[in-house]
Design a protein around this ligand. Structure first.
Ligand code: HEC
Length: 100
C-alpha cells in the first residue's frame, strides 16, 4: 500500500492544473460565464464574491452544488438550474467556486 502513495500524490499534483481547466470548461459549456466571471461582477456576482460569502458556512459545498443543480432563488430573482443537469458537473462547479 505504502509504495502506491508517492506515485498517486505525484499523479494528483500533475493532474491538478488540468482539473482546474476542466471545471472552467464545465462553466463555459453551461453558459455560466455568460453572466458570471471569476473576479468581476457581470449580470451575476463574481465567483470570488460567492466563495467569500459561502466560505466557512456548514455544508457550503453541498448547498452550492444543490443550488447549481436545481436552481433557486437569490433575493427576488430565479436562477436557472445547470443546463447539463449533471450532479457531477454541479459538484465540480461548487468545488471550483469555493476554492477561489
Ligand atoms: C442568465 C444569467 C445567469 C446564468 C446563465 C447563470 N447565472 Fe448564476 N447568477 C445570476 C444572477 C443574476 C445571480 C444573482 C442572484 C440572482 O439574481 O439570481 C446569480 C447567482 C449565482 C450564485 C450565487 C448564489 C448565492 O447564493 O448567492 C451562484 C453560485 C451562481 N449564480 C452560479 C452559477 C452557475 C454555476 C451557473 C452555470 C451553471 C450560473 N450561475 C449561470 C445570473 C446567471
Amino acid at each position: 500500500m505504502k509504495r502506491l502513495v508517492l506515485p498517486l500524490a505525484l499523479a494528483a499534483a500533475l493532474a491538478a492544473p488540468a482539473i482546474a481547466c476542466a471545471d472552467e470548461a464545465i462553466a463555459k459549456k453551461n453558459n455560466c460565464l455568460k453572466c458570471h466571471a471569476v473576479d468581476k461582477a457581470k449580470d451575476g456576482p463574481s465567483y470570488k464574491e460567492v466563495a467569500k460569502k459561502m466560505k466557512g458556512k456548514p455544508d457550503a459545498e453541498a448547498k452550492l452544488a444543490e443550488f447549481i443543480l436545481k436552481g433557486g432563488k437569490v433575493g427576488k430573482e430565479d436562477h436557472d438550474p445547470i443546463k447539463s443537469k449533471s450532479p457531477d458537473d454541479a459538484k465540480a462547479l461548487a468545488k471550483w467556486i469555493l476554492a477561489m
